[in-house]
Design a protein around this ligand. Sequence first.
Ligand code: NAD
Length: 485
Amino acid sequence: MKYKAIQNFINGRFVNAGTDKTMDVISPIDGNLLSTVPMSSNADLDKAVKAAQAAFPAWSKTPIKERVQVFFKYKTLLEKHLKELAELCSEENGKTYGESVAEIEKCVELTEFATSLPQLITGEILEVSRGVECRTEHAPLGVVASIVPFNFPSMVPNWTIPNAIALGNCMIMKPSEKVPLSCGKLAELLKEAGLPDGVFNIVHGDVEIVEAICDHPNIEAVSFVGSTKVAKIVYKRATSNYKRCLALGGAKNHLMVLPDAIPAMTAQNVAASMSGCAGQRCMAASAMIGVGNVDAIIDKICEEARKIIPGENLGAVINKESKDRIERYISEAEKDGAKILVDGRNTKVKGKENGTYVGPTVIDFVKPEMSVAREEIFGPVISIMRTKTVDEALAIENANPYGNAASVFTQNGGMARYIIDHASAGMIGVNVGVPVPREPFSFGGWNESKFGVGDITGKSSIEFWTKLKKSTTKWNAEAGINWMS
Ligand code: NAD
């Protein structure tokens, strides 16, 4: 085992969970055992919540300009430890080192945004009547929880950590049991940056601990990022316990390619979007709709896909279960009459035979009713459908229950605008394969890709992590005057 057994992080210290139940943490790159992660109990969660509750009065009363000083330091520490964080991310998630570096750089950007929060949360004040002022201010909620998935071991936790904490909340983080190492390093850096004990805590585990978070009477808000199936469970359970909840789910992102698209740029973008992070991005292009004759562009996409080499510029998928699922989808499409133009099944990387790799896969002549066209595959696979018109393409996109992202490749501005207006997704790209809004713009999908109000990052997250206090004051001393006078 490369690393020592993982511990929870409670009240500024790494501590053992009160249970012997653990799971192995296996590197998808080579199948090696990295560590073990505890399946914490409700009592462990309770300890973390108590620590967070104890830290809340002092932290929430610390002026925000002081609170963000921690995040200026944290940003510098993320940069200083970039290599170590990126290596850890690669090892536990399987993505390439370059992709892991990009992930940590994104954590830096998210933290930079949090340092700007004092500029963004100024309240409002107005003399609403003679001598009477109404004023609003953003108050923190208290103890909040963040439940995160496996595909971005550092970035998704940093969607919530800097903003929620800078806004005065104390946090319980529940990392994915598949990639629990990175969060521990983030905890160390937050402590080194000067975050008081108890403000950030980690409780490891799986289903049981997520349910306990949703039920805990002293947790005020739950943010969740993961599959739609679990997002629905968490949203329902947390809100039925009267908590505020924002639950981001899975995706099936459609990319529409029009005949006037620039071939080389389009092909590179499509190939990069479907295979980046081994297709395990909730923003990955998963279905492509060729409108009219785009055969030449499809040829180029295949050329680009063949340049993506597992173990070199393509990482591994998270585990054998995922590899099997992805390969099953490809085989089923083939059986149903689709044509596999580039086949990533049965991929082995020399020297890493126990790694879980799937090569880039391009499937053409897919029909909208096939499962590869409808369902989230979460692997480096693109399913190509053909339509005669943009409206037919939009009808396919609109019919899908998800709604995270959609993109169009064209040189026609009017057509691009039409697609922006009619696609049913929260994040739209024009000649951009992975249309992630950069800070300060917020991240969040529509439909079954997100449950709850607002987005998880950027300015929109302020409303989620705070509650508005409205005060009305009057200082004129005369008696007998109505406050509305
Ligand atoms: P997942 O839903 O399996 O797990 C997410 C979290 O929920 C983990 O911490 C896990 O321990 C916990 N969990 C798993 N099953 C549970 C259950 N039955 N009850 C309660 N908790 C449970 O997701 P994953 O496989 O880790 O991540 C991949 C998924 O996340 C994909 O669907 C992807 O699209 C999605 N995702 C979405 C976004 C977004 O912004 N919309 C971002 C990243 C990932």
